[in-house]
Design a binder for this molecule. Structure first.
Ligand SMILES: C[S@@+](CC[C@H](N)C(=O)[O-])C[C@H]1O[C@@H](n2cnc3c(N)ncnc32)[C@H](O)[C@@H]1O
Length: 345
């Protein structure tokens, strides 16, 4: 894909357009060419695109843009295009490590299908989790909620989900800081069936959520706050399927955190991922694990815990990785005993 993107970059550069502007033009073309339902957010994207100086090459640029969209009518390339054209902004200090598609797909596979489920990604990035969720729910009704602190990423997620034009899926978009206390996503407290997420890891937090039990117990990091936010949002029996730093599972300093988590949650799965999972999408060796927690409550059945030590996820983990086509994670999810423990059908 990278070679194709480099070719697109070269052709835009020849027409005098670079970086952010290229992506603004591309994303607004998806909205217009695919006739998406407009909203205030999508209208302002179109307006931003209309204000770009096309240096007298309007028809050539239009032709180039149409070619890109015609080749990708389901918007699958949009997250990678964003990363390619926003690489500088992408690497700033906001924890924007997108989840590789294979991993996101397997995490969605871990959700039990349920009619009219409310599914939330509170740090949605370019919408990969919800895109895969929409595919899995297909003609079953559901509500998909997307939030990110970066409004441009919310716009991108809106495009990616609206492209599917699935009338059975209700879509809602938010642009809020999940660590703040007075935010409207809290209207969904105790209503959400599933949270899927790859929140930013171990960020310094300025606004604290006063209801965070883990924070009150001395854990002043974004990972702890995120787990407590998920507890507020989920229904009893609801599941959090997320990536968290490996240190949360392995380090002694988080021993008490793990004990407090077990007071409120059933631990449904811990899958340790190999180093290099984010190498391709974010050029980092940060270690992460997939954690599934089920919120405790009256009548909520205790679930078994699946432990997995995953050594491959269907992509190269470094430049010398020759086993990249193996995908232990998706293989593991084919096993009957794993499916039973995760309550997937
Ligand atoms: C690790 S990325 C994951 C994105 C996407 N879910 C994925 O898996 O590809 C984390 C996302 O969290 C967003 N983010 C960072 N701080 C946030 C905050 N305080 N509130 C909401 N979103 C935030 C970033 O903009 C980024 O898109």
């Amino acid at each position: 894909m990278k070679d194709e993107f480099k070719e697109i970059e070269k052709r835009f550069r020849e027409l005098g357009i670079e970086g952010d502007d290229v992506f603004t033009l591309i994303s607004s073309k998806y909205v217009q060419f695919l006739n998406l339902d407009l909203s205030e957010r999508l209208n302002s994207l179109i307006e931003k695109a209309n204000n770009i100086n096309l240096n007298g090459s309007k028809s050539k640029i239009e032709e180039l843009l149409e070619g890109i969209v015609k080749n990708d009518k389901n918007g699958k390339h949009l997250p990678a295009l964003y990363q390619f054209f926003h690489s500088k902004r992408f690497r700033d200090n906001t924890g924007k490590f997108f989840t590789p598609r294979n991993v996101a797909k397997s995490m969605v596979e871990m959700l039990p299908l349920k009619k009219n489920a409310i599914i939330f990604d509170p740090t949605c990035g370019a919408g990969t989790f919800l895109f895969e969720t929409a595919k899995k729910w297909d003609d079953l009704g559901c509500t998909l909620l997307a939030n990110d602190i970066d409004n441009y990423l919310v716009t991108l997620t809106e495009i990616i989900l609206k492209i599917q034009k699935n009338k059975k899926h209700k879509l809602k978009f938010f642009n809020e800081n999940i660590y703040a206390s007075d935010i409207s996503i809290k209207d969904y407290n105790n209503k959400v069936d599933y949270i899927l997420a790859n929140p930013p890891f171990s960020l310094k937090i300025e606004n604290f959520n006063p209801n965070s039990k883990l924070l009150k117990n001395g854990y002043k990091n974004s990972d702890a706050l995120f787990i407590d936010l998920a507890k507020e949002l989920l229904k009893e029996g609801g599941k959090l399927v997320c990536l968290l730093p490996h240190s949360i599972i392995s380090n002694k300093e988080f021993l008490d955190l793990r004990k407090i988590v077990e007071e409120d949650w059933h631990i449904n799965a811990i899958m340790v991922l190999p180093e290099g999972v984010f190498q391709a999408t974010a050029n980092t060796t940060t270690r992460a694990d997939i954690i599934i927690l089920k919120k405790k409550g009256k009548g909520v059945a205790v679930s078994k815990t699946v432990f997995g030590n995953i050594s491959s996820v269907g992509q190269a983990l470094n430049s010398r990785d020759a086993l990249f086509s193996k995908d232990d994670l998706s293989e593991m999810l084919k096993k009957q005993e794993v499916r039973k423990a995760l309550e997937i059908n």
